[in-house]
Design a protein around this ligand. Structure first.
Ligand code: ZN
Length: 530
């Protein structure tokens, strides 16, 4: 079949089906034909045939457009609903209707409505990785990093805190994921994680944008002081738990746990274990149950998955505490797909594990035993970027029942790309980041000191990318936690300090950004790959 015949062929197909990806050579000749018709450069992998039409993303200078073609032989709902500038174009002696559309929210909704692989899906127990993208440009690079590995990506993932810091909405996060997925023609499906939700209204806000995973963070209800409380204080806290919310009495809860055997050769549950676990996590369990029930009401028949995360608390989660939390959630009818304990050692942002990896291994093995006994569910590793020492341990001991969450590392890769694309801009950003760091570090778990980061003016262009090497902890952390200030600070005249130049540099040389993402995130995925 010749490329121009494809259009006629597509129009006569039964409505309701999206054609599989075009094979490579044929796709290339289609790309040539389409570039003549729309006078823009189509992204070859984006060519997709929703019912009755063909669509693709194309590059027009540094802007991107959604192009939709229809032979007009049959009405295509997709063509009708796409909002854009309509015209006609000739190919192979026939005339076709063409719509050139902006990448708006309305067009993202139309794409998701008609093309299933552009809608997020639940991942269940598939091994998976969260790939937060604070800029909305990273999905094609993320797709390349996971392609063919058997690891399910979460292209749409952002916490409420990050959305506030970057002035983004859940719709924007979702739309960027869909457009990026189309551009790269990634058809294996992706997940979407509304991360670190603390209040029921956070579920409403993100469910409305189509998110399918809710990560409940009951950290505000965790009592980390319980770790060092004496017996009397623990007893008092235990008696004072919200027992009606927990739907059990203090006495019955004691009967349920004290003396209960533990999996993995771990000593049985003692009274002290229960008092400490309940005092520390009892209110967090009650809050998680409330959030889960709210999610069920909001989602009704729509499939969703829930993660419970306590990774951002002050002290590590012991294996008894993990057991208590999981057993209580089960007793209260919560269905969850993953659980993120706070592990031993330090999980600082953007750098490798800090601590004794053998001790981590011993503790992780116990957590994995509890997970297998009370689940299975996935063990979720938050602040998961750049934890290269941890991945092989997690993959082995949890039998790949793992979800790894990354976000800031993709922002760091954007800066790495900018250090190569536009060294003067990068120097300005680094100098600003050093200045902002003392204030911006406050809500993050980091140990870098700005004074230990070199003055950018002392570095040659060729040395700038070296600041991103894994052992440059100070430079990495200083740049990591200042993303909000870098992306949202304005000049006295109201213009952006960096945002527009930052995005223009990446858009101008997007292959550079995709290349560093593929390489860096690829290293994260490799230990879990098929
Ligand atoms: Zn987290």
């Amino acid at each position: 079949m010749k490329p121009e015949e494809t259009l006629v062929h597509v129009s006569s197909l039964p409505v309701g089906e999206v054609l599989p990806a075009f094979e490579e050579e044929f796709g290339r000749s289609l790309t040539d034909l389409f570039s003549q018709m729309v006078r823009m450069g189509p992204y070859p992998k984006s060519i997709t045939a929703p019912p009755g039409a063909i669509c693709f993303l194309a590059r027009d200078g540094v802007e991107k457009r959604l192009c939709v073609l229809s032979s007009g032989a049959k009405e295509s709902p997709f063509f009708q609903e796409a909002e854009g500038h309509a015209s006609t174009a000739a190919a192979g002696g026939d005339t076709y209707q063409v719509k050139v559309c902006e990448l708006t929210h309305a067009n993202a909704l139309t794409l998701r409505k008609h093309i299933p692989f552009l809608r997020p899906r639940t991942a269940g127990l598939e091994k998976s990785i969260g790939l937060g993208d604070r800029l909305g440009l990273a999905t094609p690079g993320h797709a390349r990093a996971v392609a063919g590995t058997g690891v399910t990506p979460f292209f749409a993932q952002q916490s409420i805190r990050e959305m506030e810091r970057t002035h983004r909405t859940p719709d924007e996060v979702m739309d960027c994921a869909s457009f990026g997925t189309l551009q790269e023609g990634f058809r294996a499906g992706f997940g979407s994680d509304a991360d670190h939700l603390k209040q029921p209204e956070h579920i409403d806000y993100t469910a409305a944008a189509g998110f399918t995973m809710f990560t409940v963070d009951p950290g505000d209800h965790v009592d980390s002081d319980s770790d060092s409380d004496d017996d009397a204080a623990l007893m008092k806290k235990y008696e004072g738990l919200p027992w009606s919310d927990l739907e059990i009495s203090a006495a019955d809860c004691r009967k349920l746990y004290v003396g209960r055997p533990m999996p993995g050769g771990i000593e049985a549950f003692g009274e002290k274990h229960l008092l400490r676990a309940a005092a520390k996590y009892g209110k967090a369990v009650a809050h998680t149950v409330k959030m889960y029930r709210h999610a069920r009401t909001v989602m009704r028949r729509r499939p969703f998955e829930l993660e419970m995360s306590v990774d951002e608390t002050a002290t590590p989660t012991t294996v008894y505490e993990h057991f208590y939390v999981a057993a209580e959630l089960r007793r209260l009818g919560v269905r969850w797909v993953s659980l993120a304990p706070r592990f031993v050692g330090e999980f600082e942002k953007g750098v490798d594990y800090i601590g004794d990896i053998d001790y981590f291994r011993t503790e992780f093995e116990k957590h994995a035993a509890v997970m297998k006994a009370l689940g299975p569910y996935k063990i979720s590793v938050h602040s998961g970027s750049d934890k290269f020492a941890v991945y092989p341990v997690a993959a082995e001991l949890a039998d790949n029942l793992v979800h790894v969450k990354t976000a800031g590392t993709s922002y760091l890769e954007a800066l790495r790309a900018i250090s190569m694309i536009d060294p003067p801009l990068f120097r300005e950003i680094l100098a600003f980041a050093k200045e902002r760091y003392p204030e911006d570090r406050a809500t993050y778990h980091v140990s870098a000191e700005a004074e230990r980061v070199p003055d950018p003016n002392d570095l040659k262009d060729a040395d700038l990318p070296g600041l991103f090497e894994p052992d440059r902890i100070d430079a990495r952390e200083v740049m990591h936690v200042t993303f909000g200030s870098v992306l949202t600070t304005k000049k006295p005249d109201g213009g952006w300090l960096f945002y527009d130049r930052f995005m223009a540099a990446l858009r101008g040389d997007e292959e550079k950004y995709y290349g560093v993402l593929e390489s860096h995130l690829g290293k994260h995925v490799a230990p879990f790959a098929d």
